[in-house]
Design a protein around this ligand. Structure first.
Ligand code: FA5
Length: 380
């Protein structure tokens, strides 16, 4: 430990720079008792004077002799700490000359500490580099970047295409009621999809939506036409998982309600969408079908974008791939939401997002999307 720099009498006076400079200040400082005399705590019963030149050189010596950051910190506390002589003397300074002298000591000690700290850090690094078991040229630890799930990427791509067509993106509720999921969509009580063996019920009339079509009802209940909207999201069915079925999957619903809407508008919208998604060569065809809430109803196919309709295992050598269901909105559905079917007309369609992802990437099994195996998902 560096000795406490308290002296019975000053041998010379403090001041920055050379011994001469210290000496020059002596006369002035001797008349400044606040500078040279320190009040000591009363129990010690005496005042002490400090030789600030000695104080500084002892401090500098202690700093230079510190071999570690801890020793350096101990020296800092002793010579510059709040309870040290210098800090106490600075607190009692009343005149400019004394202030300059003590501040000079302080700033030189601070500079010595900064210099020594840098040297200690450098020495520590040099020791580390000299240790051959530590190869500083080794690459750092790999930072693994996250990415969006493939289904989220495709969902966003679909949203972008429709936003570009002037549609809005609506977010419906995954927990819904029988009115929105079935009744308002004119799905009668005998329809198999209403059975608890097909659908997850919370109670008699609260359930996990089985398709995104209830969002049609919520959209129409919430505003007046015209409506140009899509609603993508998760849906749930009691389907046994296999290569093309999962109990949880994603659909996107599209609803347009305006004056004079025909099936030609539906075909145009679907065609534009698939050309944006799969390329400008795509064609779309419609086949008659049945859904309770559209009349007429269709299913639409798109020309196979893997073989360009020449025939391949993906399109089962037909040249066409089934994409989803659609139709002209049933007038009864309009009545259920308070729209006048004599004034308004519309179309709706719905498709599975997993199916799009599977086809686009030639994936054989949609369970890959839900297994969350990073070796698969990180490829997209
Ligand atoms: C419907 O769900 C209708 N709501 C679509 C619709 C909307 C028709 C608007 C008319 C107007 P469907 O049950 O066929 O239709 O399902 C649509 C798509 O969801 C299917 O083509 C298929 O791609 C996907 N899908 C159905 N069940 C599953 C499942 N268990 N796992 C993964 N995808 C499925």
């Amino acid at each position: 430990m560096v000795p406490w720099p308290r002296r019975a009498a000053p041998s010379s006076l403090p001041g920055p720079g050379s011994p001469e400079a210290w000496a020059r200040r002596a006369t002035a400082s001797q008349t400044e008792p606040g500078l040279l005399r320190l009040d000591v705590p009363p129990e010690q019963g005496e005042s002490a004077t400090v030789n600030w030149q000695d104080y500084e050189s002892e401090g500098v010596q202690a700093i230079a002799g510190s071999a570690t950051a801890e020793e350096l910190d101990a020296a800092r506390v002793q010579y510059l700490g709040r309870k040290g002589d210098l800090a106490q003397a600075l607190r009692g300074v009343r005149d400019r000359e004394s202030g300059m002298l003590l501040n000079g000591v302080r700033s030189r000690l601070e500079a010595a500490i900064a210099e020594r700290r840098e040297a200690i850090e450098r020495e520590e690094l040099e020791t580390l580099y000299a240790d051959r078991s530590f190869d500083v040229t080794l690459p750092g630890e790999e930072f693994r970047r996250g990415r969006l799930h493939l289904l989220t990427q495709i969902k966003r791509e679909i949203e972008d295409i429709f936003l570009g067509m002037g549609y809005e993106v609506y977010e419906g509720d995954e927990v819904t009621d029988t009115w929105h999921n079935f009744d308002a969509l004119t799905t009668d009580h005998g329809h198999p999809s209403r059975s608890p063996s097909d659908t997850f019920y919370f109670s008699d009339d609260v359930l996990l939506r089985t398709h995104t079509s209830p969002d049609q009802i919520r959209l129409m209940e919430s505003r007046q036409p015209p409506i140009y909207a899509i609603s993508p999201g998760r849906v749930y069915r009691r389907d046994t998982p296999d290569a093309t079925h999962s109990p949880t999957f994603l659909q996107v619903e599209s609803l347009v309600v305006d004056r004079g809407i025909t099936l030609a508008d539906l075909k145009g919208a679907v065609l534009h969408f698939f050309r944006q998604l799969f390329g400008p060569q795509r064609e779309v065809r419609m086949r008659t079908s049945y859904f309770p809430f559209t009349e007429p109803s269709v299913e639409f196919d798109v020309t196979c974008f893997l073989c360009n309709s020449e025939g391949c295992p993906v399109c089962k050598y037909s040249g066409w791939i089934e994409m989803g269901g659609a139709g002209w909105v049933d007038p009864e559905v309009f009545r259920n939401v308070g729209y006048d079917p004599e004034v308004w007309a519309g179309f709706a369609f719905g498709l599975g997002i997993e199916r799009i992802a599977m086809l686009r990437h030639g994936l054989p099994d949609l369970r890959l999307f839900w297994d969350n195996d990073l070796r698969v998902l990180s490829q997209f």
